[in-house]
Design a protein around this ligand. Sequence first.
Ligand code: SF4
Length: 165
Amino acid sequence: MFDQDEVTGTLVNYYTTCKREAWLYAHHIYPDQEDENMALGRTIAEIKEQNLQDFAFANLKFDKLSKERGHYLVTEYKKSLKNPEAGKMQLLFYLYLLKIGLRLKEVKGRLISGKSAFLVDASEENLNMIKEILIDIEKLVNMPTAPKFEYKKICDNCAYRNYCM
Ligand code: SF4
């Protein structure tokens, strides 16, 4: 039985992108490691290691935590912003854990990809949204089988496409 404590930022990102992808990932069915998107993601992860802070708490695995004037700032780097909503939800998940788990008062998130960046606020509305998403993820992952494959444009570049197409 899967429960919310097992949710990770990657799972929230996948859930926002594709429910079938999230189910496969949560069931330890991992994508093709030779896929070029996966390889690019790994390369970015290695570069950003230099800035990574050793911050062990629950399922928090974000790229960087810094202290700005009056608030903490969580930074997440992405190879592309093709799906900004997924990046936003992943960040919100981190902000939610920091606020609820560590009781930090003021926390913001920043998503960076190349020259683009945007901020995510831990507003009450956003935190309620992520709370609902965590409930939905738990229900989804506890389904006995993955949601059926339905083709969408993102499938063409998805590392899981061999499981679906
Ligand atoms: S190929 Fe499409 S349906 Fe399958 S996991 Fe990827 S995005 Fe989801």
